[in-house]
Design a protein around this ligand. Sequence first.
Ligand code: G3P
Ligand code: MG
Length: 243
Amino acid sequence: MSIIDVPRIIAHRGASGHAPENTAAAIRKAHELGATWVEFDCMLSKDGRVFLNHDETLERTAGVSHKACDLELADLMHLDVGSWFNADYAGETIPSFRNVMSLLSELGMGANVEIKPCKGFEKATGAAVAKEIDSHWPADIPPPVVSSFSKESLIAAIPLLGPEVEVAQLWGRVPAEWRQELAELGATAVHCNAFRLEKEIAGQIAASGTPLRCYTVNEAPLAEKLFGWGVNCIITDYPDMFL
Ligand code: G3P
Ligand code: MG
């Protein structure tokens, strides 16, 4: 089992409260604000490359109606995903996972890599992300935590990842059978929606020694409550609020 020292604060999609999500700018901003880890979402392009993006379509962040997974990486990397956020970020582009790994190494940052498959590409995305990590994760930063809402993606990824990589199941609400589900999958950490976590289940997870991390926590009183329940880490759009 992995023994990665994950900090208490992870910047969600980079410091996405301050810079456009899932971009190099958001990762650099997280670093500038003092965060040591970032979370970001990884998808698979039409030509089988891994890139950072959250939504199935590019409407919200790039203003185009294409499905993200219908484009090739070279075309994705030409889109402007900064202007929607703020004119200061006009021209900010979608990064490839490969480029982001180099950036993490340059900044000395760790990461929670979320596998975010487009519908129908769960296995392929899980396997592609895992292969990228296995062959290109920088040796000078901590191994990643890999998470996904998709069990299929995690099942495809796990056999391709080294034992140093921690695997987390992402849930909205944590099911009562969380322990069996983790064991069946071979995952060793729980990531869940902060607003749907119950105190009793948090206590069970904490007592078992299983890492428990919550998204998306942007208010100090909520963070305090969660830490009081034994939550190990919060994933936030505003890391500066907590650092
Ligand atoms: O990985 C935590 C969080 O990012 C999961 O939700 O929708 O923001 O990717 P989402
Ligand atoms: Mg995410």
